[in-house]
Design a protein around this ligand. Structure first.
Ligand code: CTP
Length: 399
């Protein structure tokens, strides 16, 4: 399971350990989550809304009957990529396992389609009670992650199982369960995708077969690993990716403008877009009549990657793509290597797109070549796999 974005609801139950969730909230923010806190009314006896509002930077509501016109339980449930309830009291566990929805938090959980994680904390007698154990077993059988409480000292003199777990363990268990990798946290990544269009007149243009799938796969992978991603997309029909800033462009010139603005602050640039090498020397403002439509005079477009690499710093990592229509052999490999050098890139992915291969497909086949000449062959592997590998390489180099 891969999380789409990092929107998280932190439900807080009415237990003395509610204050420990303040630290949990911070650690979840540290791995890139936007956290909305929904406390139960009982929990406000332990930690008030002001604390949650200050820490989360968001307004806090526990009442189902506030802002009814916005249908807040459905809105929150849809927006969340993950729901974590900490501390989860015996009462909350019982309600959730029985589908009871009598406040905002339990309504959100009833309506949720995202993964749910419960962090129980209660006295050992309550944790081990037959009713609670049966409820926990029911929830686990439905795919809810119920984290095992710690053993240790309770409030007062009591000792046993039921303590709020160490926050570091909770974060680790959440990361493993939801397949969250945060190795690119905070890294600024710029990706181009799709194929540019060069206008001939208001009706016609020069284009290519790129659909943007590889660039989008890279943007998604980088976002899932915690990066701040800007995707410059040229004429792709793919849906925008939540959590990724998308700049839609059409021509090479527009892509160049968007790249010039964003490149100086990025740490990794991946040029997956197929940029038109040339454009009509003149774009007609009216449709060219058939009688005058025999030939088009072209002028060369600038090489976007080559010009960016001239102003690059050593702390940036640049990835180029090369699409050829012949077998990958020594000749194409040598040509890809010189392309990488001429364009000032650190890595190039060479693929053979003859006979309609690769364009629009979910899988890719090709050869990854780095600046030392080392190669990795891809044989019908997913574009997502290539995306992660490119990011691994870039990250290793930047470290
Ligand atoms: N590219 C670019 N600007 C261009 C053309 C290409 O930045 N005007 C980038 C692409 O995004 C891609 C790489 O350069 O990362 C691929 O270039 P490619 O079109 O294969 O190489 P060319 O330099 O155009 O060489 P040729 O077409 O002659 O093989």
């Amino acid at each position: 399971m891969t999380l789409l974005g990092r929107e998280l609801i932190l439900g807080v139950g009415g237990g003395i350990s509610a204050y420990k969730s303040a630290d949990l909230l911070r650690r979840l923010q540290d791995i890139g989550f936007g956290v909305t806190v929904i406390p139960t009314r009982a929990s406000l006896n332990f930690v008030g809304s002001a604390t949650w509002e200050a820490l989360s930077g968001r307004s806090v509501n526990e009442n189902l009957w506030n802002n009814v016109h916005e249908v807040p339980h459905i809105k929150s449930a849809r927006e969340a990529n993950l729901i974590v309830v900490a501390p989860a009291t015996a009462d909350l566990i019982a309600k959730i396992s029985n589908g009871i929805a009598d406040d905002l938090l339990t309504n959100v959980i009833s309506a949720a389609t995202s993964p749910i994680i419960l962090v129980p904390a209660m006295h050992p007698e309550m944790w081990l009670s037959a009713a609670n154990q049966a409820n926990v077993a029911t929830l686990r059988s439905r795919g809810v992650l119920v984290i095992e409480p710690d053993e240790g000292r309770m409030t007062g003199e009591d000792f046993g199982i039921g303590r709020y777990p160490e926050v570091s363990r909770i974060v680790l268990e959440i990361s493993n369960f939801a397949n969250i990798n945060s190795d690119l946290l905070g890294k600024k990544i710029l990706v181009t995708a799709g194929g540019t269009r060069e206008a001939i007149d208001p009706v016609r243009f020069i284009a290519n077969h790129s659909t943007g799938k590889q660039g989008y796969a890279i943007a998604k992978a980088a976002r899932n690993r915690g990066a701040e991603v800007v995707l410059i997309a040229a004429n792709s029909n793919l849906a925008d990716l939540p959590g990724v800033e998308i700049v839609h462009v059409s021509s090479a010139e527009q892509m160049q403008k968007a790249l010039t603005e964003r490149f100086p602050t990025c740490e990794i640039l991946l040029m997956a877009a197929a940029v038109a090498d040339a454009k009509p020397a003149n774009t007609s403002t009216v449709k060219i009549k058939k009688a005058n439509y025999q030939s088009i005079e072209l002028e060369t477009n600038p090489d976007l990657l080559a010009s960016l690499s001239k102003i690059r710093s050593a702390k940036q990592f640049l990835v180029a793509f090369a699409a050829e229509t012949s077998e990958i052999d020594q000749t194409t490999i040598e040509s890809a290597k010189s392309k990488m050098v001429n364009k000032g890139a650190d890595l190039i992915y060479l693929n053979n797109v003859s006979n309609g291969a690769i364009f629009g497909a979910d899988e890719t086949a090709g050869l990854l070549i780095d600046s030392n000449g080392e190669t990795i062959e891809f044989k019908n592997q997913s574009k997502d796999t290539l995306a992660d590998l490119l990011l691994d390489r870039a990250l290793n180099k930047l470290r």
